[in-house]
Every structure is written in C-alpha cells, then in structure tokens.
Write a protein that binds this ligand. Sequence first.
Ligand code: FUL
Length: 695
Amino acid sequence: MNLKNLILAFFIFTNASISTLAQVKAPNLLLPVPSKNQLRWQQMEYYAFVHLSVNTYTDMSWGRGDEDPKIFNPEKLDCRQWARICKAAGMKGIILTAKHHSGFCLWPSKYTEYSIKNSPWKNGKGDIVREMANACKEYGLKLGIYLSPWDRNHPDYGKPEYITYFRNQLRELLTNYGEIFEVWFDGANGGSGYYGGANETRKIDRTTYYDWENTYKLVRSLQPNIVIWNDGGDRADLRWVGTEAGYIGETNWSLLNDKGDVPEEMLRYGVENGNAWVPGEVNTSIRPEWFYHPKEDSQVKTLPQLMDTYYNSIGRNATLLLNFPIMPNGLIHPFDEKAVLDFGKAVKTAFAINLIKNSKVVASNVRGNDPKFGANKTIDVSNESYWTTDDEVKTGSLTFNFARPVTFNRFLVQEYIPLGQRVKAFTLEAFVNNQWEEIAKETTIGYKRILRFKTVKATKLRLNITDAKACPLISNIGIYDAPQILVPPVAMRERSGDVRIIPADMESQIFYTLDGSMPTLKSNQYTEPIKTDDGKVLLKCISYDPKSKKTSTLTEAKFDVSKRTWKIVGIEDKEANSLLDGNTDTQWYQKNTLKLPIDLVIDLGRTLKISGFKYLPDQHWWGSGIISNYSFFISENGNDWKQVDEGEFSNIKNNPLWQTKTFSPSKARYIKLRALKNTDDNQTVGYAEIDIITE
Ligand code: FUL
C-alpha cells in the first residue's frame, strides 16, 4: 500500500468509526410496555370462543349445577368442524369452556364425578379438551381454556378446600393438553347453586377468596407463554372491556393501574397514565347469548353487525374474541358458519389492497435524520421498523403524495408498541380539489386503529400527530377502498300496534312483506308506519340502494299482540308508559321508596291465552335496576292471582338482552311481574320494555 492509499484507508476507517459512534439511538422505552406474551397475543387479533355445557341441553344461559350428566350427549360432536370454520374465517385460536358455572367438566377430571365421564357421550370415555387440542393442532390454531372459578356444583364452593380443587383442575388442564395461549377466569358469580345438594346462596369475596397471586404463579409455572384474563378481582394480563356487546372505547389506552380499583367505565377506555400494561379484549357472541338456544336461530349477527364489531374492536386497539354457541348435537349451526365465513371474506376483501404503497412519503421530522427512522418505514410492511422523531419532538406529520388521485374510505395506522403506547391525539387530512380537508380528528392509536369515513378521492393524505406522551413511533399505515355493505333496516311495533321501520340511512328504500314471503323489489315499499290489527305480526323487510343497486340482508321481526289496550295498574307516573312504547331506548324506574319484592301489574284490556313473558332491562351503559330474580303471576279478574313461573335471569348484568320465559298456556287478563332481587343487590327496579307471548 503506498502512502496515498494508506492515508485514504485511514480516512475511510475514521469516518466509518465516527458514523458508528454517532449512530442515532432508538427512542427509550416509554413504560409500561407489553410483555412478550402480551405482544404475541395482541398480534393474534382475532380468535374464537366456544360455549358448550349441560345447560346447552336445558336451554338455559347458566347451568345450576344440578343437571344430570346423562343429559349431555353431543352425538355428532366434531371439534374439527369448529377448527375448520375458525381457520377459514381467519381466526388464530379457540378458547373452550372446559368448565362453565355449572361445574360440569368437558374433560374427565380426576377430581370430580361431575364430568363427561358420567355422560352417555362416547360411553363416558370421551375428552372434549383433548379433541379440541388435536383439532387446533391440525388446523394450526392456538388453544385457550375457560375455567369458571364459580362452580355451582361443587359441595366445597365457598370454602378453602375448593381452591385446592380449582388449582388441581387448572394443573390438569395446563399440563395435559400442550401449549395454552390464554386462560379465562370469568368473574361472574350469581351466588345461588346446587353445591352438592345444599341448594343455597354462597357469597365469596372475589378479591381474596381465590388467592389469585398464587393461582397466577401456578399458571405461569405450567405455561410460561400464557396470558391470563380475569375480571374477577385481581389485575391480570388482559382486561374485560365492560360490555359483552362487542365494542371498546374509541379512546383506548392499553393501560390500567396495577393496584386499586378502576371505575368500571374505565375498562372501556383504559387509564391514560396507568402504570400497568393491561390491553382490552372484546368478547362477544355471534348470537345474542353465549349458549345455544334454538329461538336465536333467526338472530345470528348480520354482516353489517359483525363488520361494526370488527371496526369497534380490532379497529380500536383491542382483540376480538367471537363466540360460537355449540348446538346440542355438538356442531356449530350452519347459519353461524355462514355468517362468520362471510364476515372473514368481507374483512379480507376490505383490506386486500393497500393503496398507500406506491405513494411518496415525507415526514416533518426524522429522528437524527437517520433513514432507519424515516417516513418510508410506515409503508414497508414490516412491523419491526417505524418512523419516529427526535426525542424532544412530540408532534409531527407524514404527508403521502400520490401520482394519481386515489379513492379510499378506510385508514389504518399502527404504533410500534414494544416501546409503549404514546399517541394521545391525531388528525387526518386529504388534499381534495387543491385544498386540505380534515377527514378525522381522533385520540389514541395503540397496536392498531382503523378509521371509517365517507369515500374521498385525494392526491395527498396527511397524518398529523397533534399530541403524544413522547416522540411518536408509527410502524404501519394503510388506506383502502372497502366495498360498502348495506345495513338492513330496524323494525319496532308501537303501542298503537303500528309497525315502524327505520332505515340505516336516508338514501335507501325499504321493501317489506307481512305474509312470511321473502321481500323483493316488487313487494310493498315502506313509506309510513304500517297499520295493523291487534294480532301478531310477522314482518320481513330489506333495504335497497338505488345507486349501487345493492340489497341488504333480511330483517325478520316477529311481534306478539299489540299493546293498544294495555294499562299499567296503580301507577300515576305517565313516564311508566315508556315500558310499553316498543322503543328499547327508553326506560322507567319504579319509585325509589319501594322495597323489594316490587310488583308491576298490567291490565291487558282483554283476556288472552298467555304462554310466556319477556323483560328487557335498561339498555344504557351500566344501566341500573336490572332484575335478576323474578316471579310471574296471571289473573283473570285482577284479584285472584296464580303464580305461573319463578326463576333467574342469568348473565343479565353483563349481557342485558331480552329475557324470554315460557310456561304452560293459561287464560289471563292481568299479568304481574314481581322483582325479587336485582343485580346490584339494592332496591332499584327498572324496565326498558315488557311484552307477553300468546298462544
Ligand atoms: C360471562 C358468563 O357469565 C357467560 O355465561 C359467558 O361465559 C361469558 C363469556 O362470560 O360472564
């Protein structure tokens, strides 16, 4: 090497080392951050729940714990069918209710006789957890376990001995069936149960009884890669979102405080300055209830409902846990299968083409001017790279320039959460007709945020991070032109008997039939409330969009007799009529000076043959006065009453749906609903709607 080359080599060497020394550092962690298990779980995004137990055979929401194991016989049970459907729908795992509140075990537990080993299914030789584990393996799905802490069968429930039993069962489930990705500890506890024949109410302190600290230790020692879900009194890895209706807040921090109580509505939003990473999981069923009820065959969620659920869960920084109630024969119902497959297809279609890929992107600031943190990292498809700014810069923008105008109606953005959730506020602008138009103004992003808006055609798009806890880290961005899905109309019957149909938007037309036939564009067009007589009505209707020539799925509504002649007896308050107005959004509360039991008496104005009644509680977020235990009476003259039913509205607090109860038909002109207990154990009683079922 001559001198010139030597000098050159020296320069190259020193420059290289200078640039290594000056290498731009990645941002520091913004605590708290997700654990490896939480991150892996979040990336699964979408997985299934399956509910099957003895109460599948009694048409109840919860088993009481005294059901005979002999009723459990899912003759056609095929976990491969469940796994095939979930896989085809785009899901990544399945959580099985190995033991629900009834206490009945779907595996042959060594520690109880109350299990499938005493059922006729496979002559007591079967093991559904095993079959599920095998099917998951075959279809490349992960397996999760739901083990109800509340056990309405076990004689020791409420005593310390039960905790040993519970842990023994956990040990069986977390040892014998391979890797488990999630364990679900449901906090529901209605108190009453069979309890080995005691038939009583047992109260436990949910914060101390299960000694969660040691139970968690056991879980983690058996399954190091697991995440724990718990809404029953101790902070776990994942949080309930406060509703089973299928959504989480638009503002959604994956944070809570590790100690102290969170006001329940904060489950929906997380806690902005929380000190623990506890992301939300949206759990909801594909039908109104969790267990199979034949009457819900016509209430499987429609495609627009499921798409809403998708955007309101995965699109809001949560995961989606979607439930299939298994039929008594052991299979997923074909309607549910079709609904979830259509849903999977619609999601795939909506996000098939990311139209941002070919844009040129410029950032307002790039950390240390280092291309490693450049704006391009948001469109390179990798989850590992991200755009970020210098430490002191907590706001900034990314501008995407398109060669030709681009048409889109969805925006997807992801933060790089391994370094914490940072963005507090952002806006989105589109450059249309030579000017910037704001199309969205939002708060948090988190792992994934998807926005829906009216279709725009723009030559540029700008994302502005307007507030963040620390320098923002954006790992992915997408824009999509998702096909519109027409929402079916909603129908209600007013007290007068008139049927009102409400379209989802002002541009679509509605066609309907009243004779049970399928509506077409030749059927009656809806223009004003439909006059009917006082009898029952079967309405079928569709929406039609003349522009796109698309038709919605069918709305089918069955209404019992009209309430035109009904009167609430002995109550002056006119507001009480809102419980008969057919509008599920209005409610009425009994006077707060009354003490339970509290009666509601209605004069039907005519004698009818009644075979059941329906109760809908307050439909608002954390509505109160929800009746949990009731008795029901009928009378022909308003003086001599006959009790025709008594029981519980199981799970009504978490899932405040229409409650339907039936009994053998009897003639009556008066009905009386007696509230025996409410879900808050206080004296408040409220109603959104009351209805009857006639022969
Ligand atoms: C609730 C339970 O009471 C329901 O029956 C269902 O299992 C749901 C997932 O959780 O709290």
